[in-house]
Ligand binder design. Sequence first.
Ligand code: NDP
Length: 293
Amino acid sequence: MNLLDGKLVSAKIKEDIKLEAAEFAAKSGRKPHLVAILVGNDGGSETYVASKMRNCELVGFESTNIRYDESVSEIELIAKIKEINEDATVDGLIVQLPLPKHIDPDKVTEAIDYKKDVDGFHPINLGRMQRNLPCFIPATPYGIMLMLEHYKIDTAGKKAVVIGRSNIVGSPMSILLARNSNPGNCTVTLTHSRTENLPAEVLEADIIVAAIGKKNFVTEDMVKEGAIVIDVGINRETSTETKSGFKLYGDVDFENVAAKASWITPVPGGVGLMTIVGLLKNTLEAAKGTIYS
Ligand code: NDP
């Protein structure tokens, strides 16, 4: 078994981003700027946004975190998004999901200027991704592709099974793996909660991407010898063993699956760190205007 080491790869790519950000700042007189809007006090979301802000600083970006109380109205939130869309000092804008039930995430996503949509969730970016046109790719699938690229994993012609069809992970991941690109050129099966005999589907996979949100869902008996296993899941459980008071688990039973896999991502230390890299790369591209001028 070989580890797809998010810690190592993300650190390396962040060094490159830092150099490019410094070049951008020297030329333009300002740093790439990411704004993150956080609504409410969800523990996971707070951690993710704090980590995004911290990583922006690390690579020499400016970052702004705008916080709203859980009770903020959809109208107020969208008005703020429109204001930021018009602000020429902001390159990238993300709204941390999930949002409170009274706010429609689709309306919020579509309110963001697609040229600042560094999460890559806007239908224009998703449509352009499907067409293999320049666009912002959703950060998690983008990070996974960067990881496969780093390790020179040959994906062409392989059978990939993606578990989970969310708009932010599973669905874009299936598109990227199927695209005529490198990494890519896989034969992809996209599975979900209504898939019949899911274990049999997964057992045929050369590449497994698990994005479900269920601890240890993918077990050893579902994995073919030599498979490449990408674990997107982040399942938080309270724990007395850690300083933070919680422990993270993936969607894959790492201990037992690792013995069969040729490559596998750990949780933590895998896809999560690469997601940040995807976001940072998108923000840098937004600042440089290389995707949309
Ligand atoms: P969603 O809840 O939006 O989607 C989960 C998907 O899993 C759905 O498509 C659902 O199917 C499917 N699913 C649920 N139960 C089963 C089952 N028993 N069998 C087969 N499919 C099932 O989750 P996300 O995509 O947003 O996130 C998935 C996981 O990845 C979570 O743990 C999340 O925390 C993590 N995550 C990690 C990131 C990272 O940076 N590492 C980034 C984003 C997410 P259906 O559509 O039929 O309901």
